[in-house]
Write a protein that binds this ligand. Sequence first.
Ligand code: TEU
Length: 531
Amino acid sequence: MKNFLWWRDGVVYQIYPRSFADSSGSGIGDLNGITAHLDYLRDLGIDALWLSPINPSPDVDFGYDVSDYNGIDPKFGSMQDFERLVAQAEKRGIRIVMDLVLNHTSDQHEWFRQSRSSRDNPYRDWYMWHDPDEHGKPPNNWLSVFGGKGWEWDEGTQAYYYHMFYKEQPDLNWRNPEVRAAMLDVFRFWADKGVKGFRLDVFNVYFKDAQLRSNPFGEIARRPFDSQKHLYDYDQPELFGALADIRRVLDEYDETYAVGETFFSTPEKAAGYCGDDLLHATFNFDLLESRWNPGRYARLIESQYKTLGTHKWPTQVLNNHDTVRSATRFGHGEDDERLKVAAALLLTLRGTPFLYYGEEIGMRDIRLKRGQILDPIGKRYWPFFVGRDGCRAPMQWDASANAGFGDGQPWLPLNPDYTRRNVQNQSADAKSLLNFYKRLLALRRASAALTRGELTLLEGLPRDVLGYLRSAENEQMLVLLNFGDANQVIHLQASSLGWQVCLSSKPRIAAEHLAANITLAESEALILTKA
Ligand code: TEU
C-alpha cells in the first residue's frame, strides 16, 4: 500500500511481558522470550508491539510502579536484550511501543526516597507534599482509585503526600519544571534507542487543581472513588502545555507516535487531547466496554466519528491488561464464531486497532480462588471485584508442559484449556480463530479502504446485523457482521450490486459474485469488495 504510515495504517499488539514467554525458567516472561517469538508476530501480521512496563519495578502494581525510567528490570533481561529485541523486531517490520507511567513513580524510586528524606531535600517538590491542617487532616477529600484516601501520612517529615493509585505510587508534581524536564528526557532516552511509540499511562491525571479544591460528591457508587465528581484531581488545563512539550520532542524523531490512556474522561475531552501539536491519539474504550449489540456499536461508531472529526485518528480496542477478555465476555462456551465477528469489527473499523496477546487464539480469563489472587485491587475488593489477574495468564503456545510458556512454574496459573486452545493447534487448523485473524490482518494491510478509508454505516439492515462501507482511492469494501444466532437475508440495492466475496468467517468461495439478496449465516463476518 502506498504511503503506509505505521500508526495510522498498522496494527499494534500489546504484550504483557510477564505473561508472554519465559526464556529463563524463572516463571516470569522476559524480553528474550518475546524476541524468540518475533517470527510468529511477523506472520500474524502486526506492525508494532506495545510492551506493558519493562522498567525496574517493585511490582506493587506489576510494573506500573516504576523505580527507574531509564532501566530494564532484571527479571525481564538486560539493556542489551532490549536493544536486540528492538533490532530483531525492526528487521521484521515491527516497531516497539514503550509504556510510560509518568503520573507517579514507585515509592522506591530514588527521586521519592530523596523527596521523603527531609523537607529541604532538592527533590522535595518533585512530589505532591502537603502539611496537615490544624486538625491534622489532609488538604482535601481526594480518594485513591485503588481504595482509601488519596493522601498518605509520612511520619518522617510530618506531612501528607498524594497518590491517585496505591500508596506505593506517589504522584509526581508536574507543576515543577524540573519534573517536566526529567520526563522529556525519558522520551528522548527511549526514542534514541529506536523506540517508535509511547503509550502514556493515565496521562490526563498528570495535573491536579492548583488550589487542591475538594471534589463535589456525585452519585453513590460501590467504589467510593466513583461517588465523587472528579472536577479537580484530573483533566486540568495545564495538561495541554505538557502534551505540547512532549509532542515537540517526539517530532524530533521519525514517525514517532504517542497514544494516551485517558483515564475516566469524556470522549470529547479525550479527543481534545489529540492534535498535530498534542498527542497523536488517545484510547477509546467504547468497543471494550460495550455489550454484544450491533445497534450499540453503530451508535458508538457514529459518535466516535462525530467527536474526532475526519482529522483526528481513532483507536480501537477490545482487550487490555485491565479488563476481562473479549473471549470471556462474548465467547459462546468453547465456540469462537462470535470472536471472529468481533475480530472483523476491530480490524475493519476506522482507526488503529490494538490487539492484546492471546486474543488471536481466543484465550479466556483464568478463574482464581481467593488465595491465588495477586492483583492488590482484587485482594482488596474481593468478592465484588476479583482484580485483573484473569486476563493476564500465560500465553498458550502449545499443549506441552506449561503450554510452552517456559520451564519454570508460571507466575499465574495457566488456563487448563491450553491443551486444546493453543497457537500450535490453531496454526494447523484452517478454520481457527488464529487463521481468521491472520487473513483479516493480511487483507487489511493490502487495503487502503480498510485502513484509511471513509466509513459509512448502512441503514435498513436486519436488527442483528451491523454493516458499513469503507471507501478510499477507488476501492470499496463492504463489511457485514451478523451478531445473532440465526441466518439473515440482506437486500443489497441495485446500485450496490457487483460485490464479490473477499473474506468470510464461514465457508464461502472467494471472489464469488453475490446476487441482490445475500444470506448471512449465523455469526458470520463477511467482507465484500466491489468487483
Ligand atoms: O490504568 C488506569 C486504571 O486505573 C484503570 O484502568 C483500572 O485498572 C480500572 O479502573 C480498575 O478498576 C492504568 C494501567 O493500565 C493500570 O494497569 C495501572 O494499574 C494504573 O494505570 C496505574 O498505573
